[in-house]
Write a protein that binds this ligand. Structure first.
Ligand code: FAD
Ligand code: DLZ
Ligand code: SF4
Length: 506
């Protein structure tokens, strides 16, 4: 008897370990669109359409390559709604089969499937996911015995392991990290290419109709839908980025501009995370652009660091700390997520821009996620679990293993500082420096208190004051706390009153 090879919606890679180990003559692939996966958070419409359309295209490619594939569509009348029960259905026809799969990327599904296999006494083999650069064992070994898990040191290990941008044992350009060069604000008259766009084919159009019909209440604009849904198109999107945007990626990585949702970002995370692109192949392509003289080192190093550094590192943290990681709430924050996170209707220009493009494109770039929507939620004290569920729902690239460390750890400081050595809290000044949003805002970024003042300004001090028992000892917050301490009681009270007035209206 052969295997049932279960392939998940984020495992759409021809070089998947379970496909390599499997045998098309003997084994059968199972792929299933199920309510459980579609509803564990209320995913953005574009994200649902992307996942289902990419799954359908991938199943088709597998068939073309000689695999027998059982593909369960969401609308099939006998769809049982979950992956374990879909496995039950296939196994009822081929009872002697074992189940072979590449390990699920998130804890929830991994537990559901291993529990199912134990209860049913079914042989389930989970293969380690070779699409990540660090193995679980390597990350654990690196983390073992370290007091602080600093991304920068882990990243250097990954440079050595992959040989990316290395000259023997030395980093290319004599430096591991060129971030100091990567903090330029952008100007409105600069040419920005925007991401590669694909016209939906018949498969994708069918999925768009399905999502429009079944998920009409979900957040987000479905069309125009322009994502790549095949590996071939995702490779075109990679070339498009390397040829047109990479050279400026570094310089303007942290910039934000009204009406320019993508700037020089690659908009590839959804393809990498779903398996359409391999992270190492992306890095090698980007590295080649440097050696061909097509992009400067600060851009290429910065880009590669995001993938073999941050992406691998957050995944390591996730598996090190689950299942409790998503329940952390170091600052005891308990406010409900404001409604405008689901509508974009707010008179704060920076927030309206970040949430508006999230609604329209299922995309915001890193600084918008971290320093605008994330910063605001932390400053006003939103329950980090609600923030986590929002991020998991609204971005096309969101899967818990990558989203949770970025949200719970990096952006909300809910893990108490495992990922970041201090909270990413900032007043309006930072947003004004890195964007042009303040110019069109109802609030005045230069005003510190009062009804016209930028809310981030008073919320920043209110946040530090409210959390002083937990944060005052942080050496990286010494300076702001001493600035706060030097203010007169009266001035402090003006800040706290301004924040209180704003929070009452929220
Ligand atoms: P680019 O700016 O072009 O970056 C290149 C690539 O580097 C990305 O495609 C991605 O694969 C990787 N990368 C960059 N930063 C990170 C990071 N911090 N962690 C992991 N990978 C990174 N990324 C996700 O893939 N899924 C998420 O759900 C997600 N949630 C986030 C939530 C918050 C609060 C924050 C601050 C960041 C989050 N990120 C997440 C990281 C980052 O914002 C996105 O990867 C990036 O914006 C995706 O757009 P891009 O492909 O244009 O990235
Ligand atoms: C995100 C997602 C969605 C929306 N739907 C499905 C699905 O119907 N079937 C499936 O196999 N996978 C889906 N996925 C991706 C899974 O949620 C993902 O594989 C797990 O979260 C593990 O990372
Ligand atoms: Fe955002 Fe404040 Fe600037 Fe308005 S003034 S755009 S709220 S930072």
């Amino acid at each position: 008897p052969g295997n049932i090879i279960l392939i998940l919606g984020d495992q759409l890679s021809p070089d998947l370990p379970s496909l390599k180990q499997g045998n098309p003559e003997r084994d059968r692939v199972l792929m299933a669109e199920v309510a459980d996966e579609a509803c564990y958070v209320p995913h953005h419409k574009k994200k649902l359409a992307f996942v289902f359309a990419a799954m359908r295209h991938f199943a088709d490619e597998l068939r073309e390559n000689g695999w027998s594939v059982t593909y369960v569509r969401l609308e099939d009348s006998d769809n049982s709604g979950s992956l374990p029960t879909e496995l039950d259905r296939v196994l009822s026809e081929t009872p002697d089969c074992s189940v072979l799969m590449t390990e699920p990327a998130e804890y929830r599904l991994r537990t559901a499937l291993t529990t199912w296999a134990e209860q049913r006494e079914i042989a389930l083999t989970l293969l380690e996911d070779s699409r990540f650069i660090a193995t679980h064992a390597e990350f654990q070994e690196w983390a073992n015995g370290r007091k602080q898990l600093r991304m920068e040191y882990f990243y250097r290990e990954m440079r050595r392991k992959t040989g990316l941008l290395m000259q023997g044992d030395e980093p290319e350009g004599g430096q591991w990290n060129f971030d100091a060069e990567n903090r330029k604000p952008a100007q409105d008259d600069m040419f920005m290419p925007g991401p590669f766009e694909v016209e939906p084919d018949a498969f994708t159009k069918e999925v768009l109709a399905l999502v429009a019909d079944r998920f009409s209440e979900n957040f987000g604009t479905l069309e125009p839908f322009w994502f790549a849904t095949t590996r071939a198109d995702a490779l075109r999107a990679l070339d498009h980025f390397v040829d047109r945007a990479l050279a400026s990626f570094g310089d303007y990585q942290d910039a934000m501009l009204e009406g320019r949702p993508f700037l020089y970002h690659s908009v590839l995370a959804q393809y990498i995370n779903a398996g359409l692109l391999n992270p190492l192949e992306v890095c090698r392509r980007v590295e080649r652009a440097y050696y061909d003289g097509d992009a400067p080192l600060n851009a290429v190093e910065g880009y590669i660091r995001q993938i073999i550094g941050w992406r691998e590192y957050v995944r390591g943290i996730y598996w090190l700390r689950m299942p409790d990681y998503t329940k952390q709430n170091f600052l005891d924050a308990s406010r409900e997520l404001p409604d405008f996170y689901w509508t974009g209707e707010t008179d704060m220009s920076c927030m309206a821009a970040a949430i508006g493009q999230t609604r329209d494109e299922a995309y915001a770039h890193h600084i918008q996620r971290l320093m605008v929507t994330g910063n605001f939620a932390m400053l006003v004290g939103v329950d980090p679990h609600q923030v986590h569920e929002w991020y998991l729902a609204v971005y096309a690239d969101a899967y818990e293993w990558v989203e949770a460390p970025n949200v719970i750890g990096m952006s909300q400081f809910a893990d108490g500082g495992l990922l970041g050595s201090k909270p990413y809290a900032a007043s309006g000044n930072y947003i004004n420096k890195m964007s042009n949003h303040c110019a069109t805002c109802a609030y005045d970024v230069k005003k510190k208190t009062g009804p016209k003042a930028c809310p981030f300004n008073s919320l920043y001090w209110d946040f530090l004051h409210r959390n002083k028992e937990k944060l005052r000892g942080n050496p990286r917050l010494g300076q702001p706390y001493s600035t706060w301490g030097r203010m007169s009681d009266e001035r402090q009270q003006e800040y706290l009153d301004s924040a209180a007035t704003f929070l009452k209206r929220l």
